[in-house]
Every structure is written in C-alpha cells, then in structure tokens.
Design a protein around this ligand. Structure first.
Ligand code: SF4
Ligand code: SF4
Length: 345
C-alpha cells in the first residue's frame, strides 16, 4: 500500500483535480450542527472535520423516493424509468458509512438483485477520511476502526493538521495521475482513536445476549419514551426497507408506480388488510428494529448490521440511545445468568 503526505492546504487542489475526472460529492455544512453530502461546486464549501452527515450515502443509491414506472391504459403501455450508471466520486467518507454501503450491497445484490441500486452504485468511487469519535459514535464496538479502509479507493488519515493519503487500488492510483502535490511517506505513525461511547460486550457475544432478552423489561422502558417518529430507521445507513405504491390519475386511465423509504418504527409498517397490525406497540417495534441490527442478519452474516454511526441516537427526538438499550439488555442478561447459576456472566 503506497502512502503519501498531503498538506491540508492542498486538499482544495485535490478536489479541483478530481472534479475534472467525475462529479465529486463531499460533506457540506447545512445547519449549525448538521452536514450533508452534496455535489462540490466550490472546494471551499467542503467540510472535512465533520462528525456525521444526517443522511448517509444510501440516498445516492437508494433514493428516499423514486418513480419506478409510468403506465397508460389509453396508450396500452408501461414505461420503466431508465437509470444510467454514472461515475461519481464520494470524497470524505467515514469508515462506518463505507461499511454500511458494503452491507447494503449484500442486501441489494445477493438473492434477488435490485437493478436500480446496482446501476446507481456500480461506478461509484470512494475516498475515505478519518474522524474523531464524538459522544455518539461506537463503530469500534461493532468491529469498525476509524482507519478501516475496506471498500475505499483512497483513504486520508488525518495526522495533526495534515493527512496521510493511502492508495488502495488501481482506481485510486489512476485518480491521482497528474496530481503533483504529494510527498512519499517512509515511516507511517500508527495510532488508535479513542471511543467514549461503547458496547459493554465484544460484538461476537451480542447475538448470545439477544437469545435471552426477547421478553426483557428494557423494551417497555424504551417504549415509554419513544414517539414512533421513525427517524432512527430513516437515518440509518443500513436500513433498506421501502414501500411501493401506485398513484392513479383522476381519470383512472394512467398512473405511476413509486417507491419510497419505509421504516419498522412507523405504525403502518406491519399493518395488513383489515387493519390488523403485527407490531402495533412501540415496544414490539423497537425490539424488532434492534434485533434486525444485532441478531437476525448477524446470525446469518456473522457481523452486526449496525455500523455504530450514532445517527439513531444523535437525532432521536426522545433522546433514546441505542448503546444504552444494548448495554441495558446485556445487564438484564447478566442478571438472568446470575440468578440461574450464581456466577457473573
Ligand atoms: S427516533 Fe427515537 S422516538 Fe423516533 S421512533 Fe426512533 S426511538 Fe422512537
Ligand atoms: S442502528 Fe443506529 S448506530 Fe447503528 S447503523 Fe443504524 S443509525 Fe447507525
């Protein structure tokens, strides 16, 4: 792996260089404390010292809403939306968001491949960047280091005020052709970043905990504060549920089919014909959401389907913390084990 020194003042030049290759998307400040991946027009508007964007890169590959097709009875036709692959460079991506894209790839490509996702995703180039963990990040607890480089083509690791720039594959190397402002690094200084927010157990042990806490009181306690807004689902980079609906024109002769994000914390999600709802209580919905992140898919794939970005906690209007939920479940599990065996788990 080649590594170069990139001075902070050369980052705008690198962005300008990349813009000549393909459209570049990078974090921009949107409010006092919120950030969003947007297309770069002026390098000066890019913010690389950010904690997290409100929405992850998922919005580019699986948009919040999209038209799938239009139909007309008069014309006797159905016209599907045409999606063209587009080379795009995503600059300044944190490791947990890259890992979320890799998990989405699994969901969208394995089994029944989802063509719209694949077409939007296939030519994407990813340039990662390190981050300083805040009070909400806990990606280290789910096995994702700040400097995890899997999935990236280039990676910038901030050291003091400048960067190490790692070239991770041929695509990354090609991106830098003609860019002169790099100096080779001989001795790479390695250091670990500290996470304040942590899960109490190694993630390998968490599915075992979830075998014993389905009826835990923790779910009811969380439900007493939850307002069922669905923010935690809609901001989660690994949630991928959607709803498909037909909008029929008033003359009932034409219409369009749309897809939009849905979430298991929203009341209608598990509603079926006749008005029955399989998860009409907040506690059932919270339990389902958290089991999806730490048990159901994890049992099949061996890794948590939560990447520890902290969005669901940082943006929850009720101040509900996912790490508190899991750590309280671990405590409940330990109490159960102690009551059974007299031994601390
Ligand atoms: S964001 Fe918070 S309040 Fe809203 S559904 Fe999720 S846990 Fe409940
Ligand atoms: S469950 Fe929460 S912390 Fe985990 S990936 Fe989703 S939004 Fe991030």
């Amino acid at each position: 792996m080649e590594c170069y020194h990139l001075a902070q003042k050369a980052v705008p030049d690198l962005l300008e260089h990349l813009k000549k290759i393909a459209p570049v998307y990078a974090p921009h400040q949107k409010g006092e404390k919120s950030y969003s991946f947007e297309r770069v027009t002026h390098a000066s508007e890019v913010v690389l010292d950010y904690n997290r964007t409100m929405l992850s890169l998922k919005k580019f590959f699986l948009p919040p809403t999209e038209r799938l097709l239009q139909y007309s009875i008069q014309k006797q036709n159905v016209v599907e939306e045409e999606i063209k692959p587009e080379k795009r460079i995503f600059f300044g991506v944190h490791s947990y968001d890259m890992q979320a894209v890799l998990r989405l790839d699994h969901n969208m490509i394995e089994g029944h491949p989802e063509p719209n996702y694949i077409l939007r995703r296939q030519d994407a180039i990813f340039i990662g960047i390190s981050f300083e963990p805040d009070d909400y990040h806990f990606s280290r607890s789910v096995g994702i280091r700040v400097e995890e480089m899997e999935g990236f083509d280039l990676f910038l690791n901030k050291v003091d005020t400048n960067y190490y720039l790692f070239i991770l594959n041929k695509e990354g190397s090609d991106l830098l052709k003609g860019f002169q402002k790099l100096k080779a690094v001989k001795d790479i200084v390695r250091f670990e970043r500290n996470f304040k927010n942590k899960l109490k157990y190694h993630y390998n042990r968490i599915p075992e905990v979830f075998q014993h806490v389905y009826h835990s009181e923790v779910w009811q306690k969380v439900a007493e504060r939850c307002v069922g807004c669905g923010t935690c689902n809609l901001m989660c980079p690994t949630c991928y549920c959607f709803d498909v609906m037909d909008d029929v024109a008033l003359d009932v002769k034409s219409g369009e089919r749309r897809r939009q994000w849905d979430g298991c914390m929203l009341t209608p999600f598990a509603e079926v014909a006749g008005g029955e709802n399989f998860r009409d209580k907040y506690e059932q919905r919270t339990r389902h959401r958290v089991y999806r992140k730490f048990k159901y898919i994890t049992d099949q794939e061996g890794v948590p389907w939560c990447v520890g970005c902290g969005r669901c906690t940082a943006f929850c209007p009720a101040g509900i913390s996912l790490t508190d939920i899991v750590n309280n479940l671990i405590q409940d599990y330990e109490n159960q084990q102690y009551a059974k065996t007299g031994v601390v788990a």
